[in-house]
Design a protein around this ligand. Structure first.
Ligand SMILES: [Zn+2]
Length: 164
């Protein structure tokens, strides 16, 4: 396994759409392994392929309350319920946090590292991370959802902050 280099704004790859993974082959498995190693190293609760320089629909998530990381290949948000105000950061936008509206709960369909399809229903931080990472794979960043520019704050890098 190896640590991957993080792509930071304004890297154009963050604005591209990732492509559907046709087969979970050796390349994809290696990408998953490396993303699973890179995410905690960068103190992230989530990481999408664009952020490590590849355009395959792959993301990983591990919130503090999760024992095991979630591998998402070809994730699709099937349902969004409710709204809530959240604060959010992104590993690709260091030094900033923003306030935006996310769904209260989401239902997502994806494939795991074995290529097996599953659906997950989530609320709270996990729902937020699922929306954040599926957005990344579409070339969307959380700053696109800010109501206005003054909802973006400059912050000192605090290692306890949750970044996605
Ligand atoms: Zn992010």
């Amino acid at each position: 396994m190896s640590l991957l280099k993080l792509r930071i704004v304004p890297d154009p790859i963050l604005r591209e759409k990732a492509k559907k993974v046709r087969a979970v082959d050796k390349f994809i498995l290696e990408l998953v392994e490396n993303m699973l190693e890179t995410m905690p190293h960068e103190n992230g609760v989530g990481l999408a392929a664009n952020q490590v320089g590849t355009l395959n629909k792959v993301a990983v998530i591990q919130t503090p309350e999760m024992e095991k990381a979630l591998v998402l290949i070809n994730p699709v948000v099937l349902e969004r319920l409710g709204e809530r105000h959240v604060e959010e950061g992104c590993l690709s936008i260091p030094g900033y946090r923003g306030e935006l509206i996310r769904s209260q709960a989401v239902k997502v369909r994806a494939q795991d590292a074995l290529g097996k399809r599953y659906t997950i229903k989530a609320d709270g931080l996990l729902a937020q991370a699922l929306e954040h990472e599926t957005d990344h794979l579409e070339g969307t960043l959380y700053i696109d959802h800010l109501e206005s520019r003054d909802k973006l704050y400059k912050v000192d890098n605090d290692p306890t902050d949750i970044e996605e």
